[in-house]
Design a protein around this ligand. Sequence first.
Ligand SMILES: [Fe+2]
Length: 212
Amino acid sequence: MDDQYIDMFLPPPLGVTQFPGDINYIQKICKELEFQRNSCNSITVDNYLLNKPELIDLKTYIGDFVHRYTRTVFHSNQEIDITQSWVNITDSGEEHPKHQHPNSYMSGVMFVKSCNDSPPLLIENYLRPQYSFVDLYDGGRLDNSDVPPNKYISTNTPIYPVMPVQGNIVLFSSPTPHMVPKNNSKEERITLAFNTYPKRPFGSERDVTYVT
Ligand SMILES: [Fe+2]
């Protein structure tokens, strides 16, 4: 048999890069920030953190990464601005419920402080219900025994876990629902998150999608 299996439409991929700068320096700055209670964890009062002069190297690195992603994935040289940026601390026993990032193009998370048993970032396969009306699994749970690693996994699994590797920055499409399950480790988990938006003008006048 010479069957073919052709991927047709896929969500934008997860971008992953490792910040080459000093993560201890970023941790130190994050620890000195003022925090307030979020729904189930803590968030900084300042939500334009990447505008801080002491974080200029990190902002430049993230900005370059977003442009590389846009060129590579969307084949566009459109300039992209970082809009808001903030830090979350998820202490032992805390979590971060499922949410999306409205009014943003791509969103990102930098894992500033984590340990071996810190909870992952869970990304929901939000396209799955549209393609998998017939559920061959028990409540969407995959029987891993029959599935080769990384092969058509996206059609089967409802969740993609991103391991919180310290210093890694991940980039995903902003409408993608994501969450952090309960932190069962003894250590706090610190992340820096950001939103982005295309620099004006963008779009096409001819296609009446132009934004000035
Ligand atoms: Fe988020």
